[in-house]
Ligand binder design. Structure first.
Ligand SMILES: [Zn+2]
Ligand SMILES: [Zn+2]
Length: 317
């Protein structure tokens, strides 16, 4: 019986005083031993947090009781431990950085498809699935036949849309990890003259939870200690290959050389043989970290204090 929950959520809703909200929300998280990453903005709230199930439930119910957040659709996953080591509650101009602050998804966005609707529509002839995530994410997993973009960061999405003009007459369904990126990405496509734009509501994670993740190939990249998760219980498949020996592998690691820190799949065998390094040069690097078989290196906590970040003199917006 797993004792922890991981909550993934977002909400586009006006928040009048983000700094004030951030302060109170940080204190609220501390009180309930909630860890994770939360972004507060004038345009809304975005978070991935972990905590004991009971505490996560209090967190969830408290947000839902606030009229501003009553419509939040939480994705809830189970876990053995916290999925984060720290708590960050930050104020930013956008809840996902894409430099499209003028877009308000509450006024304009692609049509939301629930996971079951998505499942029925995704294979139709005139449908194109568009993965709006970054390279390192779709390389380890994506929907079968999806179009991917060569982008390192979501803020590179807008300029890539020009490469998609040949799809203007198709039904486009955008998808991402939890649905948040699609809110603005699909709105931007509409703004650019695409007519039939849909989005997978709740993203890959909700589709996995509710529909078994059929036709999602590989693993889904996530932004916590788990690094990747399985979402497909129907027809799973590995699509990535070991960076060293090219056999099929979806074991995402960071290169043990901290200066390289290359984030790549390396198979179990190569992991041990290379001591967690991605190349012979990295293997003999003097700073190389000790490989423990996971390829995950916790950031130094450096006396991390959960109250850190609570008081800030200068608002960061
Ligand atoms: Zn290998
Ligand atoms: Zn390396």
């Amino acid at each position: 019986m797993k004792k922890y929950h991981i909550l993934l959520y977002y909400c586009y809703t006006p928040i009048e005083n983000p700094e004030q909200f951030r302060y109170e929300h940080h204190l609220f998280c501390l009180k309930h031993d909630i860890l994770g990453r939360i972004i507060v903005s004038k345009e809304g709230l975005n978070g991935t947090v972990s905590g004991l199930k009971e505490q996560c439930e209090i967190y969830r119910q408290t947000l839902l009781a606030d009229p501003r957040f009553a419509s939040i659709d939480f994705k809830i996953e189970e876990h053995d431990t916290h999925a984060f080591q720290k708590l960050h509650v930050r104020v930013k101009p956008e809840i996902v950085h894409v430099d499209l602050p003028h877009i308000n998804p509450n006024q304009k966005t692609g049509i939301h498809l629930e996971p079951a609707e998505f499942k029925n529509l995704k294979d139709a002839d005139d449908v194109v699935l568009l993965d709006v995530r970054s390279d390192y994410e779709h390389k380890v997993g994506k929907f079968k036949n999806a179009i991917t973009l060569d982008i390192e960061n979501f803020r590179d999405f807008p300029e890539k849309v020009d490469e998609l003009t040949h799809l203007k007459d198709k039904k486009i369904i955008t998808y991402c990890t939890g649905g948040i990126k699609c809110e603005k990405a699909s709105a931007f496509l509409l703004e650019k003259g695409f007519k039939n734009v849909y989005q997978l509501h709740g993203g890959i994670i909700k589709y996995g939870l509710e529909e078994g993740g059929e036709d999602f190939e590989g693993k889904c990249y996530v932004f916590d200690n788990r690094i990747t998760v399985d979402v497909n219980r129907v027809n799973p498949k590995v699509i990535s290959r070991c960076y060293v020996c090219s056999t099929e592998s979806d074991r995402m690691v960071n290169c043990a050389n901290p200066e390289c820190n290359n984030h790549i799949p390396i198979c179990e065998k190569c992991g041990w043989e290379m001591e967690g390094a991605c190349s012979p040069a990295c293997q003999i690097h003097p700073e190389k970290r000790v490989y423990d078989g996971t390829g995950y290196y916790a950031k130094q906590l450096n006396g991390y204090n959960p109250y850190k970040g609570l008081q800030r003199t200068k608002p960061s917006q």
